[in-house]
Design a protein. Structure first.
Lengths: 354, 1137
C-alpha cells in the first residue's frame, strides 16, 4: 500500500497482510504420538544403559577410605578436653592407627570430614565479609555488620577475617605416618597447597595491599585475630610466608561453605615425588597423629579423615551410575507398555477416528 | 406565584437537600431578571474547564501509587518488600523490590504519559478561544472561563464549547445543522431549533437586550434526553414560558454545519456537560479465567502460608536443643538473644514467607496483562474481519475478555442490523387491500398485486383513489426524515431528483428512509421542510405544501409516531404510523380485516410491517391537542410520563389507511454463522423488538429454526387461552419427556437425530414469567425455574416484542441461572446497549444505527459473520493460550520454590535460600518469562482453517475445561514431582563426594546453581513439549532464553562485582560446568523430569483422545503422507496471505 493512500479512502485502515499479523507464520507442528515417541524411548533407554554401565565401571575403579578419629583410641582424652569450645589454650595431640587394604594408585587426596556441622545455617553463611577478604582496605577496618558478633572484639578492634565462618575454621592438623613392615616410620608427604579453587586463590581472596614495601603484618595493623584462633591470620602458615593472610589455602577451602551438615573438605594431596609413594598410597598400616583442636562434642559431631582417589568422574559416587541404570530400566518398561497399548488400542483408535 | 416558589424553597431546605437541586435556573447573559418576578436564587456552577486527566503534577506520584497499590497483587508484593526491609530476611529486599519497582515504574510511566497527553488535549480544549457576547459586543474568551448563562456565538464548523440552548441562528427559520459524529458516530446532519420567541434576536446587540431565564433539569448523562423551560420577559409583562427539549440543546463536542453562526446560552459547563458525564467508565467485567486464576492464587497462598507455618514449627522443634539453637560456631548477638521468643517466631514465620513468596510471582500479572493487551492486536489485524465497504476494522475496547470469547455458551443477538443488513427497501404497500409494489426499474409505476391476491374485491374506485393518495401523502408527511443536499458519500451521488441539485434522505431510522424513498418511486416525492411547511411533489409534478404543526415522536413503548399537519386548504390531519399491534386497537374504521391479513402474510415472509392510519381534526380539537401537548411538555417532573399520557389521549379513533412492508435482507453468511455457533454448542437467542411473525421468519431464514424444529410458543395469544401456569407446565412436560428419551439415546449410543425444540416468547409473557408472584399458595415463584428448564432444552429461543431493558433482564436471568453460563450479547443499536453491558461479553456492530452499541461494547465488529471467526478462532486460541499461561506459571513456580522448601530440612530451618539473589530475582523476570509470553501469543494447537471448518472443536474447551481443578492439580503435582527430582537428584550427587577431577570440593552455591540449571532447562523444555506451533519466533525465544541463562550465569560469576558486598557466585557456574558428573546429572535429571509428562501425553492421546488431538493426529498422518502436497499448499497459502 502506498503512503499516498494512507489516511484517505475506506481501505486506509486495512490491516497489514503480513503472515505474522494474520497468524499464518510458517510453523513446524510436532505432536507427541506413539510413532515419534517410541523409537526415542528405546534409543534413550539404550543410551542410558550404556552410560550407566560405563559410569559403574569407572566408579568401581575409585578407592575411598574413611578414618573416624573423633573419639578413637587416644583421642578420647582430647575429645573430652575440647568439650568447651573456648578452651583452646592447652594443646592436645593423639594418634589413631588404620590399615589400607589395597594400594591407592595414582593421585591420592586427603580430606577432613565433619558430620553434623551446619555450615549452611543462614546466619552463619552470611557472617562473612567478602569485601574484606578481597583485600579492600576500608572493609578491613570496618567489617560488615553481617559479621556480628564476630566483627569487633571487646576492645572494638576489628577482627580480620571477621565473621562466624572464619572464626570457626577447622584447626586440627593431621599428619599421616606410613608404617611399612620393616618397622620404620615414614611421614606421608602432602601438598598442602593447590587445594583451593584457582580463581578463589588468585582473585576472590586477596591480602590487603602491602606494595611489597612492608610486611604483611603491618597491613593487618590494628586488627585482631578471630576469637577462636590461636594465631593471627598473617601467621597461619609458618612454612610458607606466601600462604599467609586471606590467601591461605586452608582458610579459602573452609570459607567455601558446604551445602549439607555432613561434608568433607580437601586437606592435602599426596606428594608422589619420592619414596614408596611414587605409585600412589601403598597398602599397609598407617598412623594418623592429630593436633586435636576442633571441638565437635557440643553439636554431637564426628571428625574423620577421608583418603580417596579420583577419576575424571570424581570420587566414589555410586548415585549417578545407578540412577542411569534405573532410568534406563524405567524408560524401557514404559516403552514396552506404550508399545503394547499402541498395538492394542491403535487399531481401535483408528476406528474411533473414522 | 410567590407563595408556591417560597413553599418549594421551604420544602427543599426542609428535606435537607440544599446541595441537591433537581432543577437549575440559568439567567441568560447573567442578568438579574426584572425584580419581583421570581426569587433570585443564586446557584453556583463549575467553570467550563474540562478535566479528563486523572492527575496533576503534584498529586501524580501519591495518587498513582495509591491507585496501583489498590490492586491486590501489587499490594501483596509491597507487603513482602516491606517485610524484607524491616526484618532480617533470607533474601535481600532487592529480590522483590526490583521487580515491583520495575512493574510500578513501567505502569506509572505509561499512565503518566497517557495523562500528559490528556493534559495537553485538555489544555488545547480549555484554552481555545470562544466568542462571548458581553455588553452588546463579541468578545474573545478562553473556553475554560465560560460561565453558565454566558451567551456564546459559534460559527460554522466550530465545535460547541459546552452544552448550549439555541437562541437564534443566522437562518431565518431559527434552525441550525449539527453533526454529532464525535459524540455518537452518526455523521448525519441533525437539525436543531431555536425557540420561536427568541429566534429574532439575531445580532449581538439584539441578544444583549434579551431578558430570559431557563429552568432545566440538573445535568444527566443521557445524550438524547433533555427537558427544560425558558421564560422570556418581554416588556415587563408576565414571562412567556416555552418548553425546551433535546432539539434545542446543542451538545458539547458536536459541530455546527451549514449555518453561518448561532447564538446560544451556556447551561451545562465543564464537567457537567453531557459529554463529560459520559466519560464515566463502565463497570469492570472479569473473565472466567481470571476467576479461576484468583481461585488458584488463594490455593497457592494457603500453600505458602502452610509451608511457612510448618517450617516455623519444625524450626523450633529442631532448635529445642540449645546447641542447635546456638552452636558455638554460630553465636548470636546480645540483642538477638534478648528478643522474646514469640517475636522471634513471628519474624521467622515472616522470613519463611519471604523466602517462599516467589510462588506467587509479580511477573504473572504482568505477563497476563501483556498477553491480553498484545493478543488483542490479532483481532485488530485480522484481515478477514476487515470490512471493505466501511473501511473499518474491529474495535477492541477491552482486552480483559479475550479468552472469554472462547467460553461463550449463550449468544444473545439482536435481529435488525445484526442478523439483518438494516438496509431497508419498501417491498409493497397495501391500501385497503390493494397491493402496490414500487419497482425500482419502472420508476413510479403502480403494479397492482395480481391474481395471487384473493382479497382484492374491486379495482380502486373514486373513493379508493382518494384513500390511496391520502395514504401516500401520509407516508410522505409522517416521518422525521431530513433532506441533505449536495453531499457526497463515498464518491457516489445519490440524487432524489435527476437534473436538480443532488440530495438524499437521512434519518435515524432506516425504515423511514425506505418508506420515503419508496413513496418517491410511487410518485410522491418529499422535497423539504421549509418554514414549518413540508413540501411534496405529487404525481402530477405539482407542489403540495402542508404546515407541520406537531410531531409526536416515535418511542419504543408506544411503537408509533404521529404528525399533525394543516393542508393548504386549511384542514387539520393527524397521520400516524406504527406497529400493527399499536395501531389496530386504536382504529375505528377502515378495512381492518383485509389489512390485518396482508400484514400477517407479510410478517411471515419476514418483512417489517407498519400500519398507517389518520384522522381529521377540527380546529377545536387541534387547539385542545395543542394545549394537552404543551402543558405536558412544560412540566419538569416526570415529563415523559405526562407526555405519554397526552399521546395516548391524542392518538385514538383512527381510520385505517393501509400497511407497508419493508424488507430487511439477512446479512451475508448470517445463516452460516448461526449454524456454526450451534455446532459449536452455543445456544443462540434472538432478542428483538419486532413482531413475532417477522422475527420467526428471520429465524427460519437464518436457520436458527430448522424445518423440523418443533416450535414451542409462549405468547400472549396462548396465555390468553390458558393460564400461564398451565402453559408453562405443558411445555416443560413436552421438553422433559424429550430430555428423558435423549439421555436414553445417549446410553444406547444413538444420539443422532432427536427432536429439536425452538421457543418463542414475547415481551408481555416474559414479564409475566419473571414477575415475582406474591401468591404464596401457588408455586408461582418457580415460574422462572420452569422457564429456565424449558430454555435449557431448546436449541434456539426467539424473544420478540422486547423492550431494551427486557433484553438485559433476559441476559441477567440466564447469567444467574445455576450453571452460570458465559453469555455474549451482540447488537448494533442503542436499544441493545443495556444487554451488551449486562452480558459477560458485549459485542457491538458498527452499523447504521449509530455507534452507541459499539462504544459501549467490549468488542465491536462490522458484520455478524465476523462473530464466527471471533469466537471459533480467536476466542479458541485466546482461551487455550491463557489457560496454558496460567497453569504453566503456577507450575514453574512450584518447581522453583519447592526445592527451597526441601532445603530447609537440611539447613536446620534457618531460611537459607538455595539460589543466589540474582537467580531468585531473574527467574521469573527473564529466564522463563519470554517463552511463555510468546507461546501465549503464538500458539495454535490446530490450524485456524480447521477451527473454522469444524465448529464442534469449540466444545472441547467449553466450561473452562482447561482450568478445572483436576488439571490444576495435575500441573501442581507435576511441579512437585519435578522439584523433588531436581532436589534429591542433586542431593545424592553431592552426597559427601567429590565430583571434580582435581579433588576439590563444591559448596552450597554450586549445589543451588546445579538445581537451578536443571530447573530452568526442565521448565523451558516442558513448555517446548507443549508447543504445537513452532514458528521461528518460538525457536528464537525458547533456545534464546536458555542461551541467555547460560551467558548470564557465566557473566554473573565471571566478575568480582564492585558494588556487591558478597561474591558468592564467583566462578561457581564455570566450575560446575567443568565437571563431568554435573553435565551427566543435569541431562539425566531433565530426562527424568520430563518423562512422566511425555508418557501421560502419549497415553492420553492413544487411549482417550480429545477431538482436538484426533484432528492433530489426522493432520500428522496427512503431513506424513502428502508432505509435498501439503508443503506446496502451505507455500501457496503463505504467498497469497
Amino acid at each position: 500500500m502506498g503512503k499516498k493512500q494512507a489516511g484517505t479512502g475506506p481501505l486506509s485502515r486495512r490491516p497489514d497482510n503480513s503472515a505474522f499479523k494474520q497468524q499464518r507464520l510458517p510453523a513446524w507442528s510436532p505432536s507427541l504420538t506413539a510413532n515419534t515417541v517410541l523409537p526415542t524411548f528405546y534409543i534413550l533407554s539404550l543410551v542410558c544403559l550404556l552410560l550407566g554401565i560405563w559410569l559403574l565401571i569407572t566408579v568401581e575403579n575409585t578407592h575411598e577410605l574413611k578414618v573416624d578419629y573423633t573419639k578413637a583410641e587416644t583421642c578420647e582424652e582430647c575429645f573430652s578436653l575440647r568439650k568447651s569450645a573456648i578452651d583452646s589454650t592447652t594443646a592436645c595431640t593423639c594418634t589413631v592407627s588404620f590399615h589400607v587394604p589395597k594400594t591407592f594408585p595414582g593421585d591420592v587426596f586427603f580430606y577432613y570430614g565433619l558430620r553434623n556441622f551446619h555450615q549452611n545455617l543462614r546466619r552463619y553463611m552470611d557472617s562473612r565479609d567478602d569485601a574484606q577478604m578481597v583485600g579492600r582496605k576500608n572493609n578491613l577496618k570496618t567489617p560488615s555488620s553481617y559479621c556480628a558478633p564476630f566483627d569487633y572484639d571487646a576492645d572494638r578492634n576489628p577482627i580480620a577475617p571477621c565473621g562466624a565462618v572464619a572464626n570457626s575454621m577447622f584447626n586440627d592438623s593431621l599428619t599421616v605416618m606410613y608404617n611399612p613392615m620393616d618397622g620404620s616410620k615414614i611421614q606421608v608427604p602432602l601438598y598442602r597447597k593447590g587445594i583451593a579453587w584457582y580463581t578463589d586463590k588468585n582473585v576472590k581472596f586477596r591480602n590487603p595491599p602491602t606494595n611489597n614495601t612492608f610486611p604483611l603484618q603491618q597491613a593487618f595493623e590494628r586488627t585482631t585475630r578471630p576469637l577462636y584462633w590461636q594465631r593471627p591470620v598473617y601467621e597461619l602458615d609458618d612454612t610458607d610466608s606466601n600462604n599467609n593472610g586471606f590467601i591461605n589455602d586452608d582458610l579459602i577451602v573452609w570459607m567455601r561453605e558446604a551445602a549439607f551438615p555432613n561434608f568433607k573438605k580437601l586437606y592435602g594431596v599426596l606428594n608422589r615425588a619420592q619414596g614408596p609413594f611414587t605409585e600412589g598410597l601403598p597398602a599397609g598400616n598407617y598412623t594418623l597423629s592429630i593436633n586435636y583442636n576442633f571441638p565437635v562434642e557440643p553439636f554431637r559431631g564426628r571428625k574423620e579423615l577421608v583418603i580417596s582417589t579420583v577419576t575424571w568422574f570424581g570420587g566414589q559416587n555410586y548415585f549417578l551410575p545407578i540412577a542411569y541404570l534405573v532410568t534406563s530400566g524405567l524408560i524401557l518398561v514404559t516403552a514396552v507398555v506404550l508399545t503394547m497399548v499402541y498395538v492394542k488400542v491403535g487399531k481401535k483408535g483408528k476406528n474411533m477416528e473414522e | 406565584m410567590d407563595f408556591s416558589s417560597l413553599r418549594s424553597l421551604i420544602t427543599r431546605y426542609c428535606t435537607g437537600e440544599e446541595s441537591w437541586v433537581d432543577s437549575r435556573t440559568v439567567y441568560i447573559g447573567n442578568k438579574v431578571p426584572p425584580p419581583g418576578t421570581e426569587a433570585y436564587i443564586l446557584q453556583r456552577f463549575p467553570d467550563n474547564r474540562i478535566v479528563s486527566s486523572k492527575y496533576t503534577f503534584w498529586n501524580f506520584i501519591p495518587k498513582n501509587l495509591f491507585e496501583q497499590f489498590r490492586r491486590i497483587a501489587n499490594f501483596y508484593f509491597l507487603i513482602i518488600f516491606l517485610v524484607q526491609l524491616i526484618i532480617d530476611t533470607p533474601t535481600s529486599p532487592m529480590t522483590s523490590g526490583l521487580p515491583l519497582f520495575f512493574v510500578i515504574t513501567v505502569t506509572a510511566i505509561k499512565q503518566g504519559y497517557e495523562d500528559w497527553i490528556r493534559h495537553k488535549a485538555d489544555n488545547a480544549v480549555n484554552q481555545c478561544p470562544v466568542h462571548v457576547i458581553q455588553r452588546g459586543k463579541v468578545e474573545r474568551k478562553q473556553s475554560q472561563k465560560l460561565q453558565v448563562g454566558d451567551i456564546v456565538q459559534v460559527k460554522e464548523n466550530e465545535t460547541f464549547p459546552c452544552d448550549l440552548i439555541l437562541l437564534s441562528t443566522s437562518r431565518e427559520d431559527g434552525t441550525c445543522f449539527v453533526t454529532t459524529a464525535s459524540l455518537d458516530g452518526e455523521s448525519s446532519h441533525k437539525t436543531y431549533y431555536a425557540v420561536q420567541d427568541t429566534k429574532a434576536f439575531n445580532t449581538a446587540e439584539e441578544v444583549e437586550t434579551l431578558h430570559a431565564t431557563i429552568e432545566c433539569e440538573q445535568p444527566q448523562p443521557d445524550l438524547y434526553k433533555f427537558v427544560g423551560r425558558i421564560n422570556i420577559y418581554l416588556d415587563r409583562n408576565e414571562p412567556i414560558a416555552r418548553p425546551l427539549g433535546s432539539e434545542n440543546l446543542l451538545l458539547r463536542g458536536a459541530t455546527l454545519k451549514n449555518t453561518e453562526y448561532i447564538h446560544a446560552v451556556a447551561i451545562y459547563t465543564g464537567m457537567e456537560t453531557k459529554m463529560a458525564l459520559n466519560y464515566q467508565s463502565k463497570s469492570q467485567k472479569r473473565s472466567a479465567v481470571e476467576k479461576s486464576m484468583n481461585a488458584y492464587l488463594i490455593v497457592y497462598l494457603c500453600i505458602l502460608i502452610s509451608k511457612a507455618l510448618i517450617n516455623t514449627v519444625l524450626k523450633y522443634v529442631w532448635q529445642a536443643n540449645p546447641n542447635r539453637d546456638e552452636p558455638w560456631y554460630n553465636q548470636k548477638t546480645e540483642t538477638e538473644r534478648q528478643r522474646h521468643v514469640l517475636i522471634r517466631a513471628f519474624t521467622d514465620f515472616l522470613a519463611f514467607m519471604v523466602l517462599f513468596n516467589y510462588i506467587i510471582p509479580v511477573s504473572m500479572y504482568v505477563t497476563v496483562e501483556m498477553q491480553k493487551f498484545l493478543g488483542s492486536y490479532f483481532i485488530l489485524w485480522d484481515d478477514d474481519m476487515f470490512d471493505e465497504e466501511l473501511g473499518e476494522r474491529p474495535l477492541v475496547n477491552t482486552s480483559d475478555l479475550n479468552e472469554e470469547l472462547g467460553q461463550v455458551e449463550y449468544v444473545f443477538t439482536d435481529k435488525t442490523g445484526t442478523l439483518t443488513e438494516n438496509n431497508m427497501e419498501l417491498r409493497e404497500c397495501c391500501v385497503d387491500g390493494h397491493v402496490y409494489v414500487p419497482h425500482a426499474i419502472c420508476n413510479g409505476q403502480i403494479l397492482p398485486g395480481a391474481a395471487e391476491m384473493d382479497m382484492i374485491d374491486s379495482s380502486p374506485g373514486i373513493d379508493g383513489k382518494e384513500r390511496e393518495e391520502l395514504f401516500f401523502r401520509a407516508l410522505c408527511l409522517c416521518h422525521t426524515v431530513q433532506v441533505k443536499e449536495e453531499e457526497t458519500v463515498d464518491g457516489i451521488k445519490r440524487g432524489i431528483h435527476q437534473g436538480k441539485s443532488t440530495s438524499f434522505y437521512i434519518s435515524s431510522s432506516p425504515d423511514e428512509v425506505a418508506l420515503v424513498e419508496g413513496m418517491k418511486r410511487l410518485g410522491f416525492t418529499y422535497l423539504r421542510l421549509k418554514d414549518s411547511h413540508m413540501e411534496i411533489l405529487n404525481r402530477e409534478e405539482e407542489m403540495e405544501r402542508f404546515e407541520l404543526l406537531e410531531v409526536l415522536n416515535f418511542d419504543s413503548v408506544r411503537r408509533r409516531m404521529s404528525v399533525i399537519v394543516r393542508s393548504s386548504s386549511g384542514e387539520y390531519y393527524l397521520f400516524c404510523k406504527g406497529a400493527d399491534s399499536s395501531i389496530f386497537p386504536r382504529v375505528v374504521s377502515g378495512k381492518v380485516e383485509q389489512v390485518r391479513a396482508r400484514v400477517e402474510h407479510n410478517a411471515v415472509e419476514g418483512l417489517r410491517t407498519l400500519c398507517v392510519a389518520y384522522k381529521k381534526l377540527t380546529h377545536e380539537e387541534y387547539e385542545q391537542t395543542c394545549h394537552l401537548l404543551s402543558s405536558a411538555k412544560l412540566c419538569l417532573h416526570e415529563c415523559d410520563k405526562k407526555l405519554a399520557e397526552a399521546y395516548d389521549v391524542i392518538e385514538k379513533d383512527f381510520i385505517l389507511l393501509g400497511a407497508t412492508a419493508v424488507e430487511d435482507r439477512l446479512q451475508d453468511k448470517a445463516a452460516d454463522t448461526i449454524e456454526s455457533l450451534h455446532k459449536a454448542g452455543m445456544k443462540v437467542w434472538v432478542l428483538t423488538g419486532d413482531k413475532m411473525e417477522t422475527a420467526a421468519a428471520t429465524c427460519y431464514a437464518s436457520r436458527l429454526f430448522h424445518r423440523n424444529t418443533q416450535i414451542l410458543e409462549l405468547t400472549t395469544k396462548r396465555t390468553e387461552e390458558q393460564s400461564l401456569h398451565d402453559v408453562l407446565f405443558d411445555l416443560s412436560r413436552t421438553v422433559l419427556r424429550q430430555h428423558g428419551s435423549m439421555t436414553r439415546d445417549i446410553f444406547s449410543g444413538l444420539s443422532g437425530d432427536y427432536q429439536d425444540y425452538g421457543l418463542i416468547i414475547d415481551g408481555a409473557t416474559l414479564s409475566a414469567v419473571l414477575k415475582p408472584t406474591r401468591d404464596v399458595t401457588s408455586n408461582g415463584g418457580n415460574y422462572k425455574e420452569i422457564f429456565l428448564e424449558i430454555c435449557r432444552n431448546c436449541s434456539a429461543v426467539l424473544c420478540c416484542r422486547m423492550a431494551p431493558l427486557q433484553k438485559a433482564q433476559i441476559v441477567k436471568l440466564i447469567k444467574a441461572s445455576k450453571e452460570h453460563p458465559i453469555t455474549l450479547a451482540i447488537g448494533d443499536g442503542a436499544n441493545d446497549v443495556s444487554m451488551i453491558l449486562e452480558a459477560h461479553v458485549g459485542i457491538g456492530i458498527m452499523g447504521k444505527e449509530g455507534r452507541q452499541a459499539a462504544r459501549n461494547s467490549d468488542y465491536a465488529i462490522t458484520k455478524f459473520k465476523h462473530l464466527k471467526k471471533m469466537l471459533l478462532v480467536h476466542g479458541h486460541y485466546y482461551y487455550i493460550r491463557i489457560a496454558e499461561l496460567v497453569q504453566y506459571f503456577f507450575y514453574k513456580n512450584v518447581c522453583f520454590i519447592f526445592p527451597q522448601f526441601l532445603y530447609q530440612f537440611f539447613c536446620g530451618f534457618s531460611q537459607q535460600p538455595l539460589y543466589d539473589t540474582a537467580y531468585l530475582t531473574l527467574y521469573n523476570i527473564s529466564f522463563t518469562s519470554l517463552p511463555i509470553l510468546l507461546y501465549s501469543l503464538m500458539e495454535q494447537h490446530i490450524n485456524m482453517d480447521i477451527l473454522k471448518r469444524d465448529p464442534s472443536l469449540y466444545r472441547d474447551i467449553a466450561k473452562n475445561s482447561l482450568l478445572r481443578w483436576p488439571t490444576f492439580i495435575y500441573w501442581t503435582l507435576l511441579g512437585v514431582f519435578n522439584a523433588v527430582v531436581f532436589f534429591f537428584g542433586a542431593v545424592f550427587l553431592f552426597d559427601n563426594t567429590t565430583f571434580t577431577s582435581n579433588g576439590q570440593m563444591f559448596g552450597n552455591w554450586t549445589f543451588g546453581t546445579l538445581v537451578f540449571t536443571v530447573l530452568v532447562f526442565t521448565v523451558t523444555l516442558k513448555l517446548a513439549l507443549d508447543t504445537h506451533y513452532w514458528t521461528w519466533i518460538n525457536h528464537f525465544v525458547i533456545w534464546g532464553s536458555l542461551l541467555f541463562y547460560v551467558i548470564f550465569s557465566l557473566l554473573w560469576g565471571g566478575i568480582i562485582w564492585p558494588f556487591l558486598n558478597y561474591q558468592r557466585m564467583y566462578y561457581v557456574f564455570m566450575q560446575m560446568l567443568s565437571s563431568g558428573p554435573a553435565w551427566l546429572s543435569i541431562i539425566l535429571l531433565i530426562i527424568v523430569c520430563l518423562l512422566p509428562d511425555v508418557v501421560k501425553k502419549v497415553l492420553c492421546r492413544a487411549l482417550w483422545p480429545t477431538t482436538t488431538e484426533r484432528i492433530q493426529t489426522k493432520r500428522q498422518c496427512l503431513t506424513a503422507e502428502q508432505s509435498t502436497i501439503f508443503m506446496l499448499s502451505q507455500t501457496s497459502s503463505s504467498v497469497s496471505f
